[in-house]
Ligand binder design. Structure first.
Ligand code: ATP
Ligand code: MG
Length: 414
């Protein structure tokens, strides 16, 4: 069977003169995603839609590809259609042979039947040279369904199952229900951000929300221990980034051991160590962002989720760097976050236990902090901050994924 995927973008259509850039971006992203799945298909933009020429593939294969494509940011909804080219079928001639359409509709009706549910069939004729009026064709095709399958109840407004037939000068397309995408904007259309990624649920969801607003998203994780390059892909954090990159495309992950910071504070039992650590992460991340031209840092912070996530502590972290820190989850509740994590197929990997213990992190972190006091503590206990940052960066590992495939991994300074 010949398939086409028809992609509708909602928000993109509103973007005035930038619109063509956004559409081009989305087309590129779809083509790259398809390539990562092993398909070199044409991706064309015609009027206000994107068409993917899938060609001759098995229906279960088409099903699988469409589900994957639907996850790409910037897509409102899509459908995969069975395509009958005018060149081959000549529907515009005086007495068109509609048998292929009837045969397909019957087959689709049998496959989609659900007991106790209703159906509707909609015909749209955009080329009036086609001789059969839409109403007549709808009645004929609906009759084919009722006569050849168990579907009996028609409900034109609120049907459970729709069948669509669109007639254009280039051919006829037939499809069933739409597949809803995540909306938003195509990755690479609004800038680059770096996400502080911990082993929990929140930060991966925060990263995805930014990708869905059109950002390229890279990641940095601060780990208590060093990791061997040979098994870095097995590391929970790498597997989270790999999964996100299936949706967002190319993603860098920096793994940064924070042993130097840990050692510096080891001797001191500081109730402020958590907030000092956040400021340290922000400063190291800012250096990475400078190198990569990233415009904002992203965290999974959520106001009041844990005792230390207070406005005072958020402020103290912001004061450590000049780059903006974005917190897309600041008002979300845990159920909303878990729901998104399940939709993104990230829930299972985020649930895995993650042992990354360190001497750091006091039992009762301070819920209020003042920048002046923190600066004093930093001067006393982390006197050579610049050396601390460069020593830390010298132990960094970089792992790059592209649509779920490992692209490369290196110890940055070797
Ligand atoms: P998550 O927020 O990812 O579910 P969590 O709630 O345990 O994990 P917190 O300790 O509340 O994380 O930290 C808040 C935010 O700080 C995280 O969302 C993440 O952006 C950042 N963060 C915390 N620990 C690390 C780390 N080891 N490396 C990088 N970023 C971190
Ligand atoms: Mg959290």
């Amino acid at each position: 069977m010949n398939y086409r995927i028809i992609v509708h973008y909602a928000e993109l259509a509103l973007k005035g003169k930038n619109r063509s850039d956004f559409v081009k971006r989305l087309r590129i992203n779809i083509r790259r995603k398809l390539r990562s799945l092993g398909y070199e298909w044409d991706v064309l933009s015609i009027h206000d839609r994107i068409f993917v020429e899938a060609g001759n593939v098995a229906s279960d294969q088409a099903d699988q590809v469409v589900k994957e494509v639907a996850r790409i940011p910037g897509i409102a909804w899509l459908s995969y259609v069975h395509w009958f080219a005018e060149k081959q079928y000549r529907f515009l001639q005086a007495e068109p042979d509609m048998k292929p359409i009837h045969d397909l509709i019957k087959e689709m009706a049998v496959q989609t039947y659900q007991k106790g549910k209703s159906f509707a069939l909609k015909v749209k004729r955009s080329d009036k040279n086609f001789r059969i009026p839409s109403r007549q064709l709808s009645i004929d095709l609906a009759k084919s369904i009722v006569d050849n399958s168990e579907w009996q109840d028609v409900d034109l407004q609120h049907a459970d199952q729709f069948f669509y037939v669109n007639i254009s000068s280039r051919g006829i397309s037939v499809h069933t229900n739409k597949i809803i995408g995540s909306g938003g904007l195509p990755v690479s259309s609004t800038g680059r951000v770096l996400t502080l990624l911990s082993g929990g649920f929140d930060s991966p969801v925060a990263a995805w929300l930014m990708a869905n607003r059109g950002c390229n998203v890279d990641f940095v994780h601060f780990s208590a221990s060093h990791h061997q390059l040979k098994d870095v892909e097995d590391y929970k954090i790498s597997r989270i980034v790999k999964k996100i990159s299936e949706i967002t495309g190319r993603a860098k992950l920096y793994i940064v051991p924070y042993t130097h910071f840990d050692m510096a504070l080891l001797e001191h039992d500081l109730a402020y160590d958590l907030i000092l650590f956040r400021r340290f992460m922000a400063r190291v991340a800012e250096r990475i962002m400078l190198k990569d031209n990233s415009q904002a840092l992203v965290t999974g912070d959520n106001l009041g989720q844990v005792a230390s996530q207070t406005l005072e502590n958020i402020n103290s972290m912001n004061q450590a760097i000049t780059t903006p820190i974005l917190r897309p989850l600041i008002t979300y509740n845990k159920e909303q976050i878990i729901d998104i994590s399940k939709q993104l197929d990230l829930f299972d990997v985020c649930c895995e236990p993650y042992k990354d213990c360190c001497a750091l992190i006091s039992k009762s972190p301070k819920t209020k902090s003042k920048t002046e006091l923190l600066s004093k503590l930093e001067t006393s206990f982390l006197a050579n901050y610049e050396a601390l940052i460069s020593d830390t960066l010298s132990e960094m590992t970089e792992v790059v994924y592209n649509f779920g495939h490992l692209e490369h991994k290196i110890h940055v300074n070797e």
